[in-house]
Design a protein around this ligand. Structure first.
Ligand code: ZN
Length: 142
């Protein structure tokens, strides 16, 4: 549980907001066309820049966080570069993942964005690292 009076807490929330945006966009990437994947990846570059700024200026005593951010950005790039094996329609959610053919996680009240959990696994380890209290911003404590 976070101490809301601690001076660093507001920065942890700021990092959490950026990581939520990155996760949401990575979910969308899993169901995007080749062009859409590149477009969405560019859309989260600013979130990575903000995370790097937070790490450098608000978590300066934890320089390892920057390594985790770089790893997460590389993995998001890998996710966006996966080759599509199945056709994708602009108008409707595909029935199966356009990359791996796996069953999709459908939109729900908890995740309004449908996605492929298998493909999202590409970023899972780095995202967990950047969220962790030991190696990252500690957003997992929120
Ligand atoms: Zn997939």
């Amino acid at each position: 549980m976070l101490d809301l009076d601690h001076p660093r807490t507001q920065h942890i929330f700021a990092a959490s907001h950026q990581l939520d945006m990155i996760l949401d966009m990575c979910k969308r990437i899993t169901l995007s066309s080749v062009k859409g994947r590149r477009f969405r990846l560019e859309g989260i570059r600013q979130a990575f820049a903000t995370l790097r700024w937070l790490a450098a200026h608000r978590f300066a005593d934890e320089p390892h966080i920057a390594d985790g951010i770089a790893e997460l950005e590389r993995q998001a790039e890998q996710l966006a570069a996966l080759s599509l094996c199945h056709p994708i329609s602009r108008d409707s959610l595909p029935e199966r993942c356009p990359v791996c053919g796996d069953t999709l996680i459908l939109p729900s009240e908890y995740s309004p964005t449908g996605y492929c959990s298998s493909c999202l696994g590409v970023i899972r380890a780095a995202l967990q690292r950047v969220r962790s209290c030991e190696e990252g911003f500690g957003t997992e404590a929120i």
